[in-house]
Design a protein around this ligand. Structure first.
Ligand SMILES: Nc1ncnc2c1ncn2[C@@H]1O[C@H](COP(=O)(O)OP(=O)(O)OP(=O)(O)O)[C@@H](O)[C@H]1O
Ligand SMILES: [Mg+2]
Length: 200
């Protein structure tokens, strides 16, 4: 989580290098990001069909039109859940857009709840904790938060960081809080890709 320009994509791109097969779902035809040219839905589906041969390591896909973000994500989630080993990490960019009235759609909920049983990790990226679907908030094993300044977002961060959530207000540029189940650290990502624990 982090406001615009806080360093989410920068950090994500570095984390992605450590993973074999990554599928990034993004609601927009984005600029060139994550080291992969974004594909529209049809092309992405074709590229993904070849995934078991590891012909490509990373695919970025966007849905056909804004109204299709949720059905598109649901279809991918359903396929991923039923084809273990197809992808290792599913990245949900702008995850606030995946909210429906009852939180997230059904197939995505199954994947978030049970993806670990089929060795599939979900990485959700968004700007504001308060806008993040509840299931993503409650099921995440690792939470990373860059600087936040709204009280409503800080309150959400208290679930992970307790009183330390206030530290989110005073983080420096590209610094972040990180919650790994029970561990707490304040980290920043240095230019040579080293994760530095400033204090814990
Ligand atoms: N740790 C870092 N060290 C040096 N530069 C960084 C670091 N993190 C981010 N930057 C630079 O800051 C700019 C903004 O970062 P980034 O694109 O990751 O933001 P973002 O959180 O993804 O924003 P948005 O919500 O708008 O997508 C980029 O030009 C990026 O290269
Ligand atoms: Mg970004």
């Amino acid at each position: 989580m982090g406001l615009t320009g806080s360093g989410k994509t920068y950090r994500e791109e570095r984390e992605i290098r450590t993973v074999h097969r990554v599928l990034v779902l993004t609601p927009y035809p984005p600029d060139y990001e994550y080291g992969a040219i974004p594909l529209d839905y049809q092309e992405a589906w074709k590229a993904l069909a070849k995934y078991p041969q590891r012909s490509c390591r990373i695919v970025t896909a966007y849905p056909p039109g804004k109204k299709n973000v949720i059905p598109f994500t649901d279809k991918i989630a359903r396929f991923a859940y039923h084809h273990p080993g197809w992808v290792d990490v599913l990245v949900l960019d702008e995850c606030q857009r995946l909210r429906v009235k009852r939180d997230v759609s059904d197939d995505l909920a199954i994947l978030i709840d049970e993806g670990r049983h089929v060795n599939l990790n979900v990485w959700a990226i968004g700007r504001r904790p308060i806008q993040t679907p509840m299931l993503l908030r409650s099921q995440c094993q690792t939470q990373v938060s860059f600087r936040q300044n709204s009280q409503r977002d800080i309150v959400v961060l208290e679930d992970y960081y307790g009183d330390n959530a206030e530290k989110a207000r005073t983080l420096g540029e590209f610094e972040f809080l990180r919650h790994d189940d029970d561990k707490l650290g304040v980290y920043h990502y240095s230019k040579d890709n080293e994760l530095i624990n400033i204090y814990s």
